[in-house]
Every structure is written in structure tokens, then in C-alpha cells.
Design a protein around this ligand. Structure first.
Ligand SMILES: [Zn+2]
Length: 246
């Protein structure tokens, strides 16, 4: 039986001289692996639609293991992202996370939509680091490691929040912050942004400008939290760090 879905190419591996094994993140079926026979031949009809980070419509047999790709109609190659190493590094990380999740976990229409909206926004020139912050915060419940950012994780107070405790899994108010000497200090703006990132609708993301200090605070919270609980240890994430330090 042939299956049809829109999807995004999130990983490719060459197979032999002319074939390409492609991991598609599809709207209908989540993540699937397909063999694209002859896709490495320049004149192949599968060539353009099976390049890394391409959005398109795909026709395939799912199969039990690796499926077979029959048709690939590319609709967007995300050219702006690919033209610059910085958005490209962030976009590679965004899809690498999906590549590392189990197939079952990726079969989620919200998650597909988030990935697609982020790539579109990044391709439209929006700040790749901010988009990645939002993605990482929204991903936490799906990874089963949701953090409390709405009120103090210790006493439940919704105001005067002044730090984030990785150990306790959320923000702490100015009274409770003494409970974790390793808490990461946050300005009230950084707390507000963490909240906003958690609840924002991806279809409504406008331009968000962050000061350097705010960026650094949010980044240390997210990185420390991911390092402690996500189990993801991705080369693509380390590559972002290297680029930022250039
Ligand atoms: Zn408190």
C-alpha cells in the first residue's frame, strides 16, 4: 500500500553509489526511514526532494523496517537557512532532536507543526537562537521532564521569582532561593520570557528582541536542565556552542 504525506528530510545517509537512505519527519506518520533508489544520480526524480532539510510531499511504502520512497516533490528547500552557517547550525539541531526521539514519540501533530513553523520562521530571518529556546522549552513535557516556570517550585508563589533550580525542576522565589545554592539567578524579564516561551503559540511568534544578559540567563537554564535530564547529548548542540564562541 502506498502512503502519502507532507514531510521534512531530517537525516540522510548515502547507500552505495546511487542510493540514499532518508529519514523523513512526516505529518501523518511521524518519523519514518525510506530507501530512495537512485536519488544520488543527478537526474533522478528523487534527487531534489531528498536533500537534507527539504520540505515536500512524499509518496512511499512504509514497510516493516526501511520503506521505499516512490515520489518526492520538494516545496521548500529552506534556502535562507542553508545560506548561513548560524541558522543552519540551529536548524540542524532542531531536526536532530527529532531524529534521536523514538518513532512513537514523534508521531505527534503538535510537534510536527512546531518543527515546521520554526523552520519557516528561521527561513524568514527570525532569530534562530530565540526560536530554539522556545522549541526547547515547549519540548520538555513531551520529553517527560516538564519544568515549573509559572510559580515557585518550592512554595507556589507566582511573583518575586529570582532564580532557577535545576535540582528542584523550576523557578524559585526570592525567599526560597536559599534552598538551592546552585540556583541560576534570573532577572524578572528572563522569568517572564521563560513563561512566555512555554505558553506561546508558534503561529503567533513575532520578532522577539533579547538583551545579551537575558539571552545568557535563559541559555544557561535551558542547557543545564537539558544536560541534567534530557538524555540527549547531541553533536549538533555542541556545534552551536562552537559557532557562538567564534
Ligand atoms: Zn518560594
Amino acid at each position: 500500500m502506498l502512503n502519502k504525506s507532507e514531510g521534512i528530510v531530517i537525516h540522510t545517509t548515502d547507500y552505495g553509489e546511487t542510493n540514499r537512505i532518508v529519514t523523513l519527519y512526516t505529518k501523518e506518520y511521524g518519523k519514518i526511514g525510506v530507501m530512495a533508489r537512485g536519488a544520488k544520480k543527478p537526474r533522478s526524480k528523487l534527487s531534489a526532494g531528498t536533500q537534507f532539510l527539504t520540505y515536500g510531499h512524499y509518496l512511499f511504502n512504509k514497510g516493516r523496517g526501511l520503506g521505499t520512497l516512490h515520489q518526492a516533490d520538494p516545496l521548500d528547500a529552506f534556502r535562507y537557512i542553508k545560506a548561513d552557517i548560524v541558522p543552519m547550525a540551529y536548524a540542524s539541531y532542531i531536526v536532530d532532536v527529532i531524529h534521536k526521539l523514538s518513532e512513537k514519540d514523534t508521531n505527534n501533530p503538535f510537534l510536527y507543526d512546531w518543527v515546521f513553523q520554526i523552520l519557516k520562521a528561521m527561513d524568514g530571518g527570525q532569530d534562530p537562537q530565540v526560536l530554539t529556546f522556545i522549541y526547547e522549552i515547549k519540548l520538555l513535557p513531551l520529553l517527560g521532564i516538564e519544568a515549573e516556570v509559572d510559580c515557585c517550585v518550592h512554595c507556589g508563589r507566582p511573583d518575586s521569582l529570582s532564580g532557577f533550580s535545576v535540582e528542584q525542576g523550576g523557578v524559585l522565589c526570592q525567599n526560597c532561593i536559599i534552598n538551592d545554592p546552585r540556583a541560576i539567578p534570573l532577572t524578572s524579564i528572563a522569568v517572564k520570557l521563560l513563561r512566555m516561551f512555554k505558553h506561546i503559540d508558534f503561529h503567533r511568534i513575532g520578532k522577539i528582541e533579547l538583551k545579551k544578559e537575558t539571552r545568557a540567563q535563559i541559555k544557561s537554564v535551558i542547557n543545564a536542565y537539558y544536560d541534567a535530564y534530557s538524555g540527549l547529548n547531541l553533536k549538533t548542540k555542541r556545534f552551536i556552542e562552537q559557532i557562538e564562541n567564534l
